[in-house]
Design a protein around this ligand. Structure first.
Ligand code: KIV
Length: 294
Protein backbone atom coordinates (compact mmCIF):
# COMPACT_ATOMS: atom_id res chain seq x y z
CA UNK A 1 0.00 0.00 0.00
CA UNK A 2 1.22 3.51 -0.80
CA UNK A 3 1.88 5.53 2.31
CA UNK A 4 2.44 9.15 3.24
CA UNK A 5 6.01 9.84 4.29
CA UNK A 6 7.66 12.45 6.45
CA UNK A 7 9.84 13.81 3.60
CA UNK A 8 6.74 14.22 1.40
CA UNK A 9 4.85 16.02 4.18
CA UNK A 10 7.87 18.19 5.03
CA UNK A 11 8.05 19.33 1.39
CA UNK A 12 4.34 20.29 1.25
CA UNK A 13 4.42 24.07 1.15
CA UNK A 14 1.46 25.69 -0.60
CA UNK A 15 3.80 28.41 -1.92
CA UNK A 16 5.79 25.59 -3.59
CA UNK A 17 2.66 24.40 -5.40
CA UNK A 18 1.51 21.68 -2.98
CA UNK A 19 -2.12 21.10 -2.08
CA UNK A 20 -2.98 22.04 1.52
CA UNK A 21 -2.37 19.17 3.94
CA UNK A 22 -5.36 17.55 5.65
CA UNK A 23 -5.02 16.22 9.18
CA UNK A 24 -7.74 14.90 11.49
CA UNK A 25 -7.59 13.35 14.89
CA UNK A 26 -8.60 9.74 15.41
CA UNK A 27 -8.47 7.63 18.53
CA UNK A 28 -9.64 4.18 17.47
CA UNK A 29 -9.68 1.69 14.61
CA UNK A 30 -13.01 2.72 13.00
CA UNK A 31 -12.04 6.41 13.10
CA UNK A 32 -8.68 5.62 11.50
CA UNK A 33 -10.31 3.57 8.72
CA UNK A 34 -12.82 6.38 8.04
CA UNK A 35 -10.02 8.95 7.86
CA UNK A 36 -8.07 6.68 5.50
CA UNK A 37 -11.14 6.17 3.30
CA UNK A 38 -11.61 9.97 3.23
CA UNK A 39 -8.05 10.38 1.93
CA UNK A 40 -6.56 12.49 4.74
CA UNK A 41 -2.78 12.97 4.78
CA UNK A 42 -2.16 12.69 8.50
CA UNK A 43 -3.95 11.21 11.52
CA UNK A 44 -3.19 12.77 14.88
CA UNK A 45 -3.80 10.61 17.92
CA UNK A 46 -4.21 13.78 19.93
CA UNK A 47 -4.25 14.33 23.64
CA UNK A 48 -7.74 15.76 23.01
CA UNK A 49 -8.47 12.08 23.66
CA UNK A 50 -8.80 13.26 27.28
CA UNK A 51 -11.66 15.63 26.45
CA UNK A 52 -13.58 14.17 23.52
CA UNK A 53 -13.31 10.46 24.40
CA UNK A 54 -12.50 10.17 28.09
CA UNK A 55 -14.70 13.01 29.39
CA UNK A 56 -12.09 15.19 31.14
CA UNK A 57 -12.22 19.01 31.09
CA UNK A 58 -8.69 19.48 29.76
CA UNK A 59 -5.92 17.53 28.05
CA UNK A 60 -3.70 17.21 31.12
CA UNK A 61 -5.32 13.98 32.29
CA UNK A 62 -3.91 11.50 29.76
CA UNK A 63 -0.66 9.55 30.08
CA UNK A 64 1.79 8.14 27.54
CA UNK A 65 0.18 4.74 28.08
CA UNK A 66 -3.26 6.18 27.21
CA UNK A 67 -1.96 7.72 23.97
CA UNK A 68 -0.03 4.51 23.17
CA UNK A 69 -3.17 2.40 23.74
CA UNK A 70 -5.17 4.51 21.26
CA UNK A 71 -2.26 4.81 18.81
CA UNK A 72 -2.19 1.01 18.67
CA UNK A 73 -5.91 0.95 17.85
CA UNK A 74 -5.42 3.53 15.07
CA UNK A 75 -2.46 1.58 13.63
CA UNK A 76 -4.44 -1.68 13.64
CA UNK A 77 -7.38 0.09 12.01
CA UNK A 78 -5.14 1.30 9.20
CA UNK A 79 -3.51 -2.12 8.84
CA UNK A 80 -6.94 -3.66 8.16
CA UNK A 81 -8.32 -0.73 6.15
CA UNK A 82 -9.67 -1.66 2.70
CA UNK A 83 -9.08 1.84 1.28
CA UNK A 84 -6.79 2.22 -1.74
CA UNK A 85 -5.81 5.73 -0.63
CA UNK A 86 -2.24 6.32 0.52
CA UNK A 87 -1.93 5.34 4.15
CA UNK A 88 -1.98 8.50 6.32
CA UNK A 89 1.01 9.30 8.48
CA UNK A 90 0.20 8.62 12.15
CA UNK A 91 1.26 11.31 14.62
CA UNK A 92 1.27 10.31 18.29
CA UNK A 93 0.73 13.26 20.63
CA UNK A 94 3.19 13.42 23.53
CA UNK A 95 1.03 14.25 26.56
CA UNK A 96 1.75 16.71 29.33
CA UNK A 97 4.76 15.79 31.50
CA UNK A 98 6.03 13.21 29.03
CA UNK A 99 8.71 15.61 27.68
CA UNK A 100 8.96 18.27 30.39
CA UNK A 101 11.30 16.57 32.86
CA UNK A 102 14.42 15.12 31.22
CA UNK A 103 15.62 14.67 27.66
CA UNK A 104 15.95 10.91 28.31
CA UNK A 105 12.30 10.70 29.38
CA UNK A 106 11.25 12.63 26.29
CA UNK A 107 13.09 10.24 23.95
CA UNK A 108 11.81 7.12 25.72
CA UNK A 109 8.23 8.37 25.74
CA UNK A 110 8.45 9.28 22.06
CA UNK A 111 9.79 5.78 21.38
CA UNK A 112 6.81 4.27 23.25
CA UNK A 113 4.43 5.99 20.83
CA UNK A 114 6.47 4.84 17.82
CA UNK A 115 6.45 1.25 19.09
CA UNK A 116 2.68 1.56 19.58
CA UNK A 117 2.25 2.34 15.87
CA UNK A 118 2.92 6.06 15.27
CA UNK A 119 5.47 7.14 12.67
CA UNK A 120 6.02 10.57 14.24
CA UNK A 121 5.28 12.45 17.47
CA UNK A 122 3.96 15.92 18.24
CA UNK A 123 4.82 18.11 21.19
CA UNK A 124 3.79 21.58 22.33
CA UNK A 125 5.94 24.62 22.94
CA UNK A 126 8.63 26.84 21.49
CA UNK A 127 12.28 27.47 22.20
CA UNK A 128 12.20 26.11 25.75
CA UNK A 129 11.51 22.64 24.28
CA UNK A 130 14.42 22.72 21.82
CA UNK A 131 16.69 20.32 23.71
CA UNK A 132 13.87 17.73 23.83
CA UNK A 133 13.04 18.18 20.16
CA UNK A 134 16.69 17.85 19.11
CA UNK A 135 17.15 14.68 21.17
CA UNK A 136 14.00 13.04 19.78
CA UNK A 137 14.96 13.97 16.20
CA UNK A 138 18.46 12.65 16.95
CA UNK A 139 16.85 9.32 17.88
CA UNK A 140 15.43 9.26 14.30
CA UNK A 141 11.89 10.08 15.42
CA UNK A 142 10.27 12.84 13.33
CA UNK A 143 8.75 15.63 15.45
CA UNK A 144 5.79 17.89 14.68
CA UNK A 145 5.78 21.17 16.65
CA UNK A 146 2.73 22.95 18.09
CA UNK A 147 2.63 26.71 18.78
CA UNK A 148 0.05 29.36 19.62
CA UNK A 149 -2.60 28.04 21.98
CA UNK A 150 -0.92 25.04 23.56
CA UNK A 151 -3.68 23.38 25.62
CA UNK A 152 -1.17 21.66 27.92
CA UNK A 153 -0.40 25.21 29.22
CA UNK A 154 -4.09 25.93 29.95
CA UNK A 155 -3.46 26.85 33.58
CA UNK A 156 -0.31 28.84 32.87
CA UNK A 157 -2.00 31.00 30.22
CA UNK A 158 -5.33 31.27 32.07
CA UNK A 159 -7.68 29.32 29.80
CA UNK A 160 -8.23 28.29 26.19
CA UNK A 161 -7.53 31.75 24.70
CA UNK A 162 -6.43 33.08 21.34
CA UNK A 163 -2.66 33.73 21.46
CA UNK A 164 -0.20 36.14 19.81
CA UNK A 165 -2.65 39.04 19.48
CA UNK A 166 -0.01 41.62 20.49
CA UNK A 167 3.04 42.84 18.57
CA UNK A 168 5.71 41.27 20.81
CA UNK A 169 3.86 37.97 21.22
CA UNK A 170 3.44 37.71 17.44
CA UNK A 171 7.18 38.22 16.88
CA UNK A 172 7.99 35.73 19.64
CA UNK A 173 5.82 33.16 17.92
CA UNK A 174 7.62 33.68 14.60
CA UNK A 175 10.97 33.25 16.40
CA UNK A 176 9.71 30.07 18.05
CA UNK A 177 8.56 28.68 14.70
CA UNK A 178 11.94 29.39 13.07
CA UNK A 179 13.70 27.72 16.01
CA UNK A 180 11.47 24.62 15.77
CA UNK A 181 12.10 24.32 12.04
CA UNK A 182 15.88 24.74 12.58
CA UNK A 183 15.77 22.05 15.29
CA UNK A 184 14.31 19.60 12.78
CA UNK A 185 10.51 19.71 13.19
CA UNK A 186 8.99 18.46 9.94
CA UNK A 187 5.74 20.45 10.38
CA UNK A 188 4.25 22.86 12.90
CA UNK A 189 0.66 23.05 14.18
CA UNK A 190 -0.53 26.64 14.75
CA UNK A 191 -3.51 26.79 17.10
CA UNK A 192 -5.83 29.73 17.82
CA UNK A 193 -3.79 32.68 16.55
CA UNK A 194 -4.75 35.59 14.27
CA UNK A 195 -4.48 34.67 10.60
CA UNK A 196 -2.02 37.52 9.99
CA UNK A 197 0.39 35.94 12.46
CA UNK A 198 -0.13 32.48 10.97
CA UNK A 199 0.72 33.96 7.56
CA UNK A 200 3.93 35.51 8.94
CA UNK A 201 4.94 32.14 10.39
CA UNK A 202 4.02 30.25 7.23
CA UNK A 203 6.09 32.68 5.14
CA UNK A 204 9.03 32.44 7.57
CA UNK A 205 9.56 28.68 7.67
CA UNK A 206 10.29 26.07 5.02
CA UNK A 207 8.27 23.35 6.75
CA UNK A 208 4.46 23.21 6.47
CA UNK A 209 2.24 24.91 9.01
CA UNK A 210 -1.00 23.12 9.88
CA UNK A 211 -3.62 25.44 11.30
CA UNK A 212 -6.48 25.00 13.73
CA UNK A 213 -8.12 28.35 14.32
CA UNK A 214 -5.24 30.03 12.49
CA UNK A 215 -6.95 31.15 9.27
CA UNK A 216 -6.75 29.96 5.71
CA UNK A 217 -3.15 30.76 4.81
CA UNK A 218 -1.49 27.83 6.57
CA UNK A 219 -0.08 24.92 4.54
CA UNK A 220 -2.76 22.63 5.94
CA UNK A 221 -5.68 22.37 8.34
CA UNK A 222 -6.53 20.06 11.22
CA UNK A 223 -9.78 19.50 13.08
CA UNK A 224 -10.74 17.21 15.91
CA UNK A 225 -12.82 14.23 14.69
CA UNK A 226 -15.57 14.71 17.29
CA UNK A 227 -15.84 18.44 16.49
CA UNK A 228 -16.12 18.11 12.71
CA UNK A 229 -18.58 15.23 12.94
CA UNK A 230 -20.77 17.00 15.52
CA UNK A 231 -20.19 14.49 18.33
CA UNK A 232 -18.57 16.84 20.88
CA UNK A 233 -21.27 18.96 22.52
CA UNK A 234 -19.47 20.73 25.35
CA UNK A 235 -17.11 23.10 23.55
CA UNK A 236 -17.58 24.74 20.17
CA UNK A 237 -14.77 27.15 19.29
CA UNK A 238 -15.50 29.49 16.36
CA UNK A 239 -12.93 27.71 14.16
CA UNK A 240 -14.89 24.45 14.19
CA UNK A 241 -16.99 23.73 11.13
CA UNK A 242 -19.38 20.83 11.63
CA UNK A 243 -19.65 18.62 8.57
CA UNK A 244 -22.20 16.30 10.19
CA UNK A 245 -24.40 16.03 13.26
CA UNK A 246 -23.53 12.50 14.32
CA UNK A 247 -24.18 13.26 17.99
CA UNK A 248 -27.88 14.00 17.44
CA UNK A 249 -28.11 11.27 14.77
CA UNK A 250 -26.80 8.78 17.36
CA UNK A 251 -29.32 9.90 19.99
CA UNK A 252 -32.13 9.56 17.44
CA UNK A 253 -31.00 6.03 16.53
CA UNK A 254 -30.65 4.95 20.17
CA UNK A 255 -34.09 6.42 20.96
CA UNK A 256 -35.62 4.47 18.06
CA UNK A 257 -33.95 1.26 19.31
CA UNK A 258 -35.31 1.80 22.84
CA UNK A 259 -38.81 2.46 21.47
CA UNK A 260 -38.71 -0.67 19.27
CA UNK A 261 -37.59 -2.88 22.17
CA UNK A 262 -40.28 -1.51 24.47
CA UNK A 263 -42.98 -1.91 21.81
CA UNK A 264 -41.90 -5.46 20.90
CA UNK A 265 -40.86 -4.42 17.36
CA UNK A 266 -37.26 -5.56 17.89
CA UNK A 267 -36.05 -8.15 17.05
CA UNK A 268 -38.05 -9.03 13.90
CA UNK A 269 -38.30 -12.57 12.54
CA UNK A 270 -35.48 -12.05 10.02
CA UNK A 271 -33.26 -10.82 12.87
CA UNK A 272 -33.85 -14.08 14.78
CA UNK A 273 -32.22 -17.56 14.59
CA UNK A 274 -34.51 -20.63 14.33
CA UNK A 275 -34.11 -24.38 14.75
CA UNK A 276 -34.41 -26.64 11.73
CA UNK A 277 -37.81 -28.37 11.39
CA UNK A 278 -36.27 -31.78 12.40
CA UNK A 279 -34.70 -30.50 15.58
CA UNK A 280 -37.84 -28.54 16.46
CA UNK A 281 -39.79 -31.79 15.98
CA UNK A 282 -37.45 -33.77 18.25
CA UNK A 283 -37.86 -31.12 20.91
CA UNK A 284 -41.57 -31.40 20.53
CA UNK A 285 -41.84 -27.79 19.39
CA UNK A 286 -44.47 -28.52 16.81
CA UNK A 287 -45.24 -25.44 14.81
CA UNK A 288 -42.03 -23.67 15.78
CA UNK A 289 -40.48 -21.71 12.91
CA UNK A 290 -37.79 -23.90 11.29
CA UNK A 291 -34.61 -22.37 9.90
CA UNK A 292 -30.89 -22.94 10.06
CA UNK A 293 -28.77 -20.75 12.29
CA UNK A 294 -26.00 -18.90 10.44
O1 KIV B 1 -4.64 16.93 20.62
C1 KIV B 1 -5.12 17.43 19.61
O2 KIV B 1 -6.17 17.02 19.12
C2 KIV B 1 -4.41 18.54 19.00
C3 KIV B 1 -5.09 19.26 17.87
C4 KIV B 1 -6.09 20.20 18.43
C5 KIV B 1 -4.11 19.92 16.97
O3 KIV B 1 -3.34 18.87 19.41
Amino acid sequence: MRTQTVPAIRASKVRGGSDPLVMVTAYDAPGARQAHAAGVDLILVGDTLAMVVLGYDDTLQVSVDDIAHHTGAVARGLASSPSENPRPLVVGDLPWLSYHTTVDDAVRNAATLIRAGAQTVKLEGGRKRLSMIEAIVDAEIPVMGHLGLTPQSVHAVGGFKVQARQHDAALELVRDAKALAAAGCFAIVLEAIPDEVARMVTDSVDVPTIGIGAGGDCDGQVLVYHDLLGIEERMRPRFVRRYAELGSASVAALTAFAADVRAGRFPADDETYHLSAEVAETLNLYGAKADTAE
